[in-house]
Design a protein around this ligand. Sequence first.
Ligand SMILES: Cc1cc2nc3c(=O)[nH]c(=O)nc-3n(C[C@H](O)[C@H](O)[C@H](O)COP(=O)(O)OP(=O)(O)OC[C@H]3O[C@@H](n4cnc5c(N)ncnc54)[C@H](O)[C@@H]3O)c2cc1C
Ligand SMILES: NC(=O)c1ccc[n+]([C@@H]2O[C@H](COP(=O)([O-])OP(=O)(O)OC[C@H]3O[C@@H](n4cnc5c(N)ncnc54)[C@H](O)[C@@H]3O)[C@@H](O)[C@H]2O)c1
Ligand code: SF4
Ligand code: FES
Length: 808
Amino acid sequence: MVREKLVLIGNGMAGIRTIEEILKNDSDRFDITVFGEEPHPNYNRILLSSVLQGDTTVDDIVLNEYSWYEENQIELLTGDPVINVDTNKQVVVSENGVERPYDKLIFATGSNPFMLPLPGADKEGVIAFRNIKDCETMIDTSKKYKRATVIGGGLLGLEAARGLLNLDMEVDVIHIADYLMERQLDDQAGKMLKEELEAQGMTFHLQKNTKEIEGKKRVESISFTDGTRFKTDLVVMAVGIKPNVGLAQEAGLTTERAIVVDDFMQTSVPNVYAVGECAQHRGIAYGLVAPLYEQGKVLAAHICSENQLLEHGYEGSLVYTQLKVSGVNVFSAGQFQDAEDTKAIRVHDEFEGIYKKVVVRDNKVIGAVLFGDTSDSTRLLSMMRNEDDISGMSKVALLPSESGEAPVSPVVAMADGDNVCDCNGISKGEICSAITDQGLTTVEQVKQCTTAGRSCGGCKPLIADLLTLTTGEDVGNAPEPMCGCTEYTHEQVVAEIRELGLSHPREVMNVLGWESDEGCSKCRPAINYYLKMVDPIKNADDPTSRFINERVHANINHNGTFTVVPRMYGGVTNADQLRKIADVADKYNVPLLKVTGGQRIDLFGVEKEDLPKVWSDLGMRSGSAYAKALRTVKTCVGEQFCRFGTQDSIGLGVELEKKFEYINTPHKVKMAVSACPRNCAESGIKDFGVVGVDGGWELYVGGNGGVDLRGGDLFCKVKTKEEIIDTISAFMQYYRENARYLERTSHFVERVGLDHMKKVVLEDEEGRQALIERMDVALSTGKDPWKEIVEKEELQQEFKKKQVEVLS
Ligand SMILES: Cc1cc2nc3c(=O)[nH]c(=O)nc-3n(C[C@H](O)[C@H](O)[C@H](O)COP(=O)(O)OP(=O)(O)OC[C@H]3O[C@@H](n4cnc5c(N)ncnc54)[C@H](O)[C@@H]3O)c2cc1C
Ligand SMILES: NC(=O)c1ccc[n+]([C@@H]2O[C@H](COP(=O)([O-])OP(=O)(O)OC[C@H]3O[C@@H](n4cnc5c(N)ncnc54)[C@H](O)[C@@H]3O)[C@@H](O)[C@H]2O)c1
Ligand code: SF4
Ligand code: FES
């Protein structure tokens, strides 16, 4: 049989999914040619957000390797856009002059990002976020520049902003509406989202309209219609998309917002089809993959069906969205805004930061917004899809409150035919069969075998639940891999370092089969920490695996200068130190001196090349204000002067700070000592807070005064300061050995439990002594980095480089 010629324009997600479906239906039917404008095989555009956020790599997001095209005898022409389509002769021509005739032609040209036509929008440093190149530009920019502005507070803008924060940039988000994601959320959820993202470090400017992008060749600042402006080094436009229809228009296809198609994705011209973001079906051009893959399935079935009409074509999709920013759970589906003919059920728990709203019309759920807890999403979506009549249901049952019992996974109530993975259209029944037939045990295996979870990844918790239900193993609670470079969890990496005696980050990555030679900003610093923790004597620190602040032992500011914070033990200083600080401030034109909450003095605005000279002139030790280490020990004045003081808080504070000053910890550690329960040193919100009481001291642990405000737990009451120091020593060593890198004591205590900590630190005397001994070994390797650099000329090279690299 002579094969028909099929040409696909657009090597993106929708087009290639359609080809996969065609091959599934009838692999011998067509000779296939694919033209792609981008110089890559088909990759998962959705996961660009994860690449930017450092969770995975570009290599990891390829969906169809070059070998897949070869194996399926598909001619692939990348980096070569089609520039002309002659629908009479049925032939396409590419930019490189390649001509291909077709029997069937599919447009899958996707969208272009909408670029605001602002004066200055053509300057260097003004980009969109749509493809691998944009992603790489942002990563490169973050190595040289510090300030990023994202225009657009929608899904894309916020995911870009999170990525830029992860790249250590300062991020301003400019949004035109009065709350974030107004196309997906109501105002309450939008406001809660803003608060959460502000806590993560983003700065928002709402109801703000950009006027101009300024700078010589490259963007230097951005100005607004309200007369304000600020400096920026990068502008990312994320203000929506425009279906890519220019070529189709020139070819004479009917287009409106996008290429108009019928229920079988047929355009106005015979033998020409459109699928994906470039297609407009029943007035809608979709911008999410789930509907595009549904379209691809119908189109494949249609063109493989010998033109016999299928019973059902594509009938449109119910869309839902989830924001891919870690720490934020947001879900939105259907018609979520109130209207005259709708009623809504709302639950708003201000304590837990949870908001849920379900919109009902004519006794049917037609939309929902969930913030903080999205566990009801699958159930609500299923009700919307099935148009369940809820008149017989108690309305509160739509959003059941927590009963205190373990929550039941929504997959339990799903029918076999219900989709678990909407992006890829994979049902519960298909996944369960794959698990039992193929003996699958991990989410990754289910993904490889069924394609479920291969796109946005939002369904992975449900797949994990299905694995748990089907195999009886608790897969859902299995810890996550360290990052996108590996399948190993933090705990497994530590175990391998111990067992194999590994001693360098690159050796760890090599021996454990890391996906990328360089690792990423998540795994490199973590591995470096674990190596030193496991063997503080033998394993050397690898400065290239540290972030810029820790590499130059100072805190970088938004204008590229640095802040120097010298140690003041227990918050105590003297005239000599203050005189030196004043002299240094004069000599190096330090623009700002500020007293910190940790009771010491910040010298802001020091140039990088001056850092070693400043440290030398100060003659003080580093305050580790940049490090994952002990930061400060805040003290109250105590018995020396206070009439309530019964204990020597300053003395104990100074002793603690001197003992633990250069110990590496999974995250920063703060301490405080107050000499009576009035607690003037705020001991209740420190990692280790000590309070003087009648006849001794109380120790509080796991407190945090930052983003996740948490009062410390009373750990023990002891008589002497020696007991306090030993208890902190043993506790901190257990934390050092068992916490995941970047886990604060507040989270660690909640994860392992206070009772467990009491057992290992207070009740098991032998174990406690062993912890204290191991801590002493680690402490013996601590040294003042400033002194080392001042004394060794060769260590000063880093300070002569003009630019800073976040993590090389
Ligand atoms: C950062 C980011 C995150 C996202 N996250 C999500 C998410 O979480 N969930 C979700 O559902 N969706 C998400 N999306 C949207 C999703 O990626 C798109 O809906 C989907 O990729 C569209 O597929 P498509 O094939 O229609 O278009 P595209 O993926 O854009 O593919 C079209 C391809 O055609 C090529 N092309 C165009 N013109 C020509 C020509 N003349 N000749 C040859 N080739 C041409 C283009 O270069 C492009 O490679 C995200 C998008 C981005 C950018
Ligand atoms: N998690 C996800 O599902 C996800 C993630 C990223 C992208 N996407 C998809 O990618 C596409 C693009 O995303 P998007 O966020 O750019 O589109 P969008 O249309 O969802 O959001 C654009 C936002 O920009 C704002 N805006 C418009 N003009 C502006 C201006 N002049 N100044 C400031 N703000 C302005 C709008 O108010 C809107 O909230 C969409 O189809 C989206 O669904 C989805
Ligand atoms: S905590 Fe007590 S002892 Fe310390 S300064 Fe306050 S009142 Fe005085
Ligand atoms: S729902 Fe997006 S990958 Fe499954």
